[in-house]
Design a protein around this ligand. Structure first.
Ligand SMILES: Nc1ncnc2c1ncn2[C@@H]1O[C@H](COP(=O)(O)OP(=O)(O)O)[C@@H](O)[C@H]1O
Ligand SMILES: [Mg+2]
Length: 386
């Protein structure tokens, strides 16, 4: 007998193999159902809050060959297969070389994922992030709400809402944006969605944008995060949404004559939010930050941090972000992000100012850093674990 005919001890026959796969998925937090007898196309259904997945279990003497893959692929494209979000094909001995090249040629995200079962887990040929890591398995049932709010126009609320959403999407979280500003700048800028190619140039993700009247809890079933671009006029924002905010990002600027004035604006902003929502964490972040000499920055930073000292003492969920830790720099890309509004007002363009220029992208770095800062301050994997 050649090696490929030997099965690991824990698999004696097909029945045992199916039980083994069921156990692996159950232990990873999935609900597993067995398909009806004679059900063509799949053997198991695995489910969580987000996905329903058809699983084909291949207990073979040898490696899985191309026709077997294509057959499952055809099933997933058929009417019966369309009700599944994904298809998993799991086997014991691996895949033939032509199959491996086929799998590698598929763009991400694909509908089918292929894996080899070991004693304790499934080794995916191309990683299926949703099962490979625990990020999604333990995700909270409730969506996490962010408000981007300062009771002042032109400080960067809309710019921050869209790009913070982008930073989360780059971490493979799904985000819904709600445009609460009656001026509807966000909707004018990006239409009803923003497309974000992934880092490797493959198929990326979209961010859906909603009007407040379109929004309800089930409007974006896949979204873990909801980000609200608020109106600067506090009373214009729906109270029931403000009450839901878990995190509030308050953009401000660091201009020397404005800091104390802004201190007052922020104080009013915090008071207004707190009347409705006592639980939300509040983060003041400097936007449109311009590089300056160390000595000047030191004076600005001190004045800025001082302006919020009193609020910080009174409100333990108020965080004034030190510009040395996280800041959104002034950037041409962000400045011109909205330019097409003037050039061609009827054609929203669904993209962010995340393109690399000379191999770098300041907005992308800054927003990922901000997202990371918020997450770390609150205490780790808040968006992914319960
Ligand atoms: N970091 C930045 N760098 C350059 N321009 C910026 C930056 N942040 C915002 N802007 C520009 O400032 C203007 C106001 O920003 P916006 O997001 O519309 O503010 P708000 O929503 O608070 O009214 C826009 O033209 C935007 O392009
Ligand atoms: Mg705005």
């Amino acid at each position: 007998m050649t090696e490929s005919f030997l099965n690991p001890q824990y698999i004696q026959d097909y029945q045992h193999f199916e039980q083994h796969i069921t156990k692996i998925f159950s232990q990873a937090g999935w609900k597993v159902e067995t398909a009806k007898n004679n059900q063509p196309g799949y053997d198991l259904i695995v489910k969580n809050d987000l996905y329903t997945i058809a699983v084909q279990v291949k207990w073979l003497k040898g490696k899985v060959s191309t026709p077997q893959i294509l057959q499952f692929s055809d099933f997933l494209d058929s009417e019966a297969g369309k009700k599944f979000d994904y298809g998993f094909l799991v086997t014991t001995k691996g895949f033939s070389n032509p199959v491996l090249s086929l799998i590698k040629s598929w763009n991400q995200p694909t509908k089918m994922y292929c894996g080899i079962a070991s004693e304790t887990k499934i080794n995916w040929i191309k990683p299926f992030v949703h099962t490979n890591s625990d990020r999604y398995i333990n995700r909270p049932k409730n969506k996490i709400y962010f408000g981007i709010f300062t009771c002042k126009g032109g400080v960067g609320k809309t710019t921050l809402s869209a790009h913070l959403a982008g930073a989360f999407v780059l971490q493979e979280l799904n985000v819904a944006l709600i445009d609460l500003d009656p001026e509807q700048n966000l909707l004018k800028l990006v239409g009803d969605g923003i497309y974000l190619p992934n880092n490797k140039g493959g198929i990326g993700h979209s961010i859906e944008v909603f009007k407040p009247e379109e929004w309800h809890e089930d409007a974006a079933p896949d979204a873990q995060l909801v980000i609200c671009d608020c109106s600067p006029a506090f009373e214009r924002n729906p109270q029931e949404l403000i009450a839901k905010f878990d995190y509030c990002v308050i953009p401000t600027t660091l201009n020397p004559l404005g800091i104390n004035k802004h201190g007052k604006v922020i104080e009013d902003t915090v008071q207004a939010i707190r009347k409705i929502n006592k639980k939300t964490h509040l983060f003041v972040v400097v936007n449109n930050y311009k590089k300056t000499s160390k000595s000047k920055l030191s004076i600005l930073r001190k004045t800025y941090l001082n302006a919020y000292y009193d609020i910080e003492q009174q409100d333990e969920k108020f965080h004034c972000i030190d510009p040395e830790q996280a800041v959104i720099r002034a950037s041409e890309q962000l400045y011109y992000w909205g330019i097409h509004l003037l050039e061609n007002p009827d054609q929203p363009r669904s993209e962010l100012a995340f393109n690399l220029v000379g191999g770098r992208c300041h907005p992308r770095e800054d927003f990922i850093n901000l997202a990371d800062y918020i997450e770390t301050t609150i205490g780790g994997d808040i968006f992914r674990t319960s």
